[in-house]
Structure formats: C-alpha cells, structure tokens
Design a protein around this ligand. Structure first.
Ligand code: MF3
Ligand code: CO
Length: 250
C-alpha cells in the first residue's frame, strides 16, 4: 500500500480524531490508582470513546477483544484487560488507545506509574517519552523516514536499555495501520522521503533490560523475554513544511 498524503480536509479530521483521543487518555490517566483492574481501565476508555461519538478502533482489530491495550510491568504492548489483574502501588502501566472519528483513525500510548514507583522505573518512562521527542525533531518534509528511527536509537543507546525491534510505528489515516512502517532502532537505509501531509504514529517501546520480546499464549500480550520492565510512548503526528504537529498531545 502506498503512503497517503492527507488533504487539508483530511488533516482537519485527523486533528479532531486525535484531539478527542487526547481527552480519553487524560481521563484514563486521572483514573489510575492501586486497586483498579485493567478491565476497569478498558471499560472507562471504551465508554469515553463512545460518549464522544467515536468508535474504538482496537476492538475486534484482528480479533483483539478490548478497546484499550493495558500492559503492566514486563508487558510491552497489547495486554488484554481482565478483572483478574489488579494494579498495585509501584506498578507501571502502559495504556494504548485509538479511535475513529468520521472515518479517521488516531492512535496514542502512554506509560504511567501506579502510586509511588521506583526511580529506575520513572527513568525508563522518562527516557522512552523523550526518545519520541528526539525522534520527531527529524520528522519534517525533506528528511527521510529513518532519520526518525536513528534519532530515537541514538538517544536511547547511552542508557543501555533494549529497544523493541519486533514492533514498529506506522502511517495512519483511514486505516489504523498504513504504510510506512517506522522502526525505532538504527537503520542501514534512509527510508522514504517525508512529505507534508503524512500522518504517522511514532511509538518507541523500550525495555529496561534486553530488547527481546515474546508473545504469551493468548497470542496478543507481548512481554519482555528477560522479565524486565517496559515502557511505551506514542503520538500521532502530522508532517508539515516546518515542525511536526503532535496531534494527540493534551
Ligand atoms: N496501538 C497499536 C499499534 O500501534 C494497535 C493495537 S492493535 C490491537 O499497532 F489490536 F491491539 F488493537
Ligand atoms: Co500505533
């Protein structure tokens, strides 16, 4: 599939879709506390998305059974919400959410601490978030896609963390996953040339230990192979002729 360039009208719809998703994330962040189940977070997010008149795009995506991906501690992404998983003080929880507004998809993820967390866990969350911002400094028309990948990699490397290689960012628009794929680690080729009007979901996933991940038997939940903590940070962005616009920030 070709990489799509959005028209002015489509960009407006993407902006609105992303703005609404940012509100959903904000509400979920406020709600997180020890004692809550991962299922409670899914119900909250799903309800908010529908209240806003939107559709949760993850629900039933390739059979995914929930609206919000809730991944705790060593779970990297695609954790399946369940009433059996109770959040504990000191956990870190990654929330990945998306919605469809008038046919246009948005996608964003955040990792939050539950109550007080260790300084080491907070540092992993902060470095993961900052790697996104370092990456998108390169996200402007005329640059190449892998300038983003290389900048993320270069920022994380000195910390000794493992950058997940088996999952990548992606284009987004009338589909949740459009071309191109956006790796978060160093690339040998430059990748496609970036153009104004591209909308991309840039989403570094970073492990405190090694980069290797494994899939659980539920066929969804991705966990670190070494059991180390993992953090995720994702926004949908718009490439412009100047600075990129981060569409899912609140
Ligand atoms: N946010 C995820 C991504 O960027 C989408 C989750 S896929 C789902 O690829 F099936 F879990 F919804
Ligand atoms: Co995504």
């Amino acid at each position: 599939m070709a990489v799509t360039i959005k028209s002015a009208r489509e960009i407006e719809l993407m902006r609105e879709s992303c703005r609404l998703l940012a509100r959903v994330h904000q509400e979920m962040e406020y709600a997180i506390k020890p004692g809550m189940t991962t299922r409670d977070i899914d119900v909250l997010g799903d309800t908010l998305i529908r209240k806003l008149g939107c559709i949760p795009n993850f629900k039933n995506y390739n059979g995914y059974p929930a609206s919000i991906c809730v991944s705790v501690n060593d779970e990297v992404v695609h954790g399946i919400p369940t009433e059996k998983r109770v959040l504990q003080e000191g956990d870190i929880v990654s929330l990945d959410a998306g919605l469809i507004y008038k046919g246009y998809h948005s996608d964003a993820a955040r990792t939050h601490g539950v109550g007080q967390i260790s300084p080491e866990a907070q540092k992993l969350i902060d470095v993961t978030r900052q790697s996104f911002f370092e990456g998108i400094k390169k996200a402007r028309s005329g640059n190449h896609l892998h300038d983003i990948s290389n900048a993320i990699d270069a920022y994380i490397k000195p910390y000794g963390y493992g950058i997940v290689r088996d999952l990548v960012g992606h284009g987004i628009g009338t589909a949740l996953h459009e071309d191109p794929q956006i790796p978060n680690f160093r690339q040998m080729r430059r990748g496609i040339r970036l153009q104004a009007g591209m909308t991309l979901a840039v989403e570094p996933m970073v492990n405190m230990g090694r980069s290797d991940v494994v899939w659980l038997k539920d066929n969804w939940t991705v966990v670190t192979q070494d059991g180390s903590l993992s953090a995720h940070y994702e926004n949908t962005i718009l490439i412009t002729d100047g600075e990129p616009e981060i569409l899912t920030l609140y």
